[in-house]
Design a protein around this ligand. Structure first.
Ligand SMILES: Cc1cc2nc3c(=O)[nH]c(=O)nc-3n(C[C@H](O)[C@H](O)[C@H](O)COP(=O)(O)O)c2cc1C
Length: 184
């Protein structure tokens, strides 16, 4: 790998932030191509490739998914304010769902999601992984929206990613360096 490419990867690791405010713009075709490729290139345990990635590239559909998830969260999470929107009104949402019998499904999904987030950062997009919709996405309450989106009923939701053009520049959250140990 050349020096410039190496620096680019290390810089993205350092600079990527979770974005919770987006413009209304949808990703372009060129940006989409990079996101799809990043999802495809992710390594998976035993090369099972059991996660399916559904990019919802339609603001109205993304808003409908958000509204159903918000309604569910309002019932189960009284701590959330009425104005809270779980996908932060992102114009695009990716849903990752995997074969429930795959032992590495959650690890695989995390790697795919991070690949998407880093590729998005590289092409000027912002992302936020959204795990809080897990109960909703695995419940009967999401059956109709899942069916509308064509998400395979047999698959189990793993993680979602909100995606769009960033409309904020959040500060980096401090990291706990003590969690990283080197054993000599
Ligand atoms: C598995 C996972 C689930 C997450 N779920 C949510 C979520 O539901 N809502 C949210 O606002 N952020 C969510 N996040 C984003 C984290 O809060 C964020 O990554 C963390 O605060 C560090 O900030 P940074 O991404 O800007 O470095 C999630 C992140 C991960 C890795």
């Amino acid at each position: 790998m050349n020096e410039e490419a190496k620096l680019g990867i290390l810089q993205a690791l350092e600079e990527r932030r979770s974005i919770r405010k987006y413009t209304a713009d949808l990703p372009t075709n060129a940006q989409m191509a990079e996101l799809m490729n990043a999802a495809l290139e992710a390594p998976t345990g035993r090369n099972a490739q059991s996660n399916e990635v559904y990019f919802i590239r339609n603001e109205q559909t993304a808003a409908r998914l958000q509204e159903s998830a918000d309604n569910y969260l309002q019932m189960t999470r009284p701590d959330l304010s009425d104005s809270f929107h779980c996908f932060y009104d992102a114009p695009m949402i990716a849903i990752l769902s995997a074969d429930p019998d795959n032992k590495w499904k959650a690890v695989d999904a995390g790697i795919i999601a991070e690949n998407i987030c880093l590729a998005a950062y590289a092409v000027g997009l912002g992302t936020c992984m959204i795990g809080m919709v897990q109960d909703f996405m695995r419940s009967d309450a999401s059956r109709s929206i899942r069916s509308e989106l064509g998400i395979d009923e047999e698959l189990e939701f793993q993680i979602a990613v909100a995606i769009g053009v960033p409309d904020q520049e959040p500060d980096k959250k401090p990291r706990d360096a003590d969690k990283i140990k080197v054993i000599y």
